[in-house]
Design a protein. Structure first.
Length: 253
């Protein structure tokens, strides 16, 4: 595919897998990330920006740079997110709640806010928002994360309605448990809180899917490429889980 693609949190994890998949498909790739080391490790032909999506000035500058260099944008992958605290709701500090919503929900909002005028002017494009199955089922001991991910789905469905008349589509990918460092942190924190081992918690999550396994970054990336492509030209306002089919969002182990 041709096109110009921005991926937030694109220097590592799922975002890096997305960037690699779009690159392999022939797109021009721009990654934004808060981690300068991860950005420096990206391929030299990718455009790279250090930017915090929760900072409106940083997001505004990012999109100004994109317009100056590219003259437009074809796909926004609003992928930035943090896990937030692992604690029962009464033990969640308000500052931790606010930080989780700022990066996950406000970050997606700000990215969409500054992408929308560009996409509307050119009369085409796609927005792909990375939410979570926590935004479909809830997530015990992860209230800030679940609340943010539910909010991202409402944001995306509204964007699909606002932008559709301009030829712009918006869809949501809801990953299940994704192999990688961020999920490893979640597993260990939950294991510590429950007096269990990391492997016991891992098996509990895996057994909550009909396919009995975690997903990998490239599974999410492949869906993002499809949703940005002409093959999905009439797919908009949809929430698509890539999770191995969650059958029990709160498995007991």
């Amino acid at each position: 595919m041709s096109g110009r693609v921005l991926i937030t949190a694109g220097a590592s994890g799922v975002g890096r897998a997305m960037a690699e998949a779009f690159d392999a498909a022939g797109a021009q790739v721009w990654v934004a990330d808060v981690n300068p080391k991860a950005l420096s490790d990206c391929p030299a032909h990718w455009r790279r920006s250090e930017a915090n999506v929760a900072d409106e000035n940083a997001v505004a500058t990012l999109f100004q740079d994109i317009e100056a260099e590219w003259g437009g944008l074809d796909t926004l992958c609003a992928n930035a997110g943090i896990a937030g605290p692992t604690a029962s709701v009464e033990d969640v500090a308000l500052d931790d709640w606010r930080m989780c919503l700022a990066v996950n929900l406000e970050g997606a909002f700000l990215s969409a806010k500054y992408a929308a005028p560009i996409l509307k002017r050119q009369g085409s494009g796609a927005v792909v928002i990375t939410s979570s199955t926590a935004g479909q089922y809830g997530y015990p001991n992860r209230a800030p994360y679940a609340a943010a991910k539910w909010g991202m789905i409402g944001l995306a469905k509204t964007l699909a309605m606002e932008l559709g008349a301009h030829g712009v589509r918006c869809n949501v990918i809801c990953p299940g448990s994704v192999e990688g460092p961020r999920m490893e942190g979640v597993l260990q924190r939950e294991a510590d809180a429950k007096g269990m081992t990391r492997d016991q918690v891992y098996e509990g999550y895996a057994s909550g899917t009909s396919m009995g396994r975690f997903v990998e970054g490239h599974d999410i990336a492949n869906m993002a490429v499809f949703l940005a492509s002409d093959a999905a030209r009439l797919v908009s306002g949809q929430v698509i889980a890539v999770d191995g089919h969650t059958v029990n969002p709160d498995p007991k182990v």
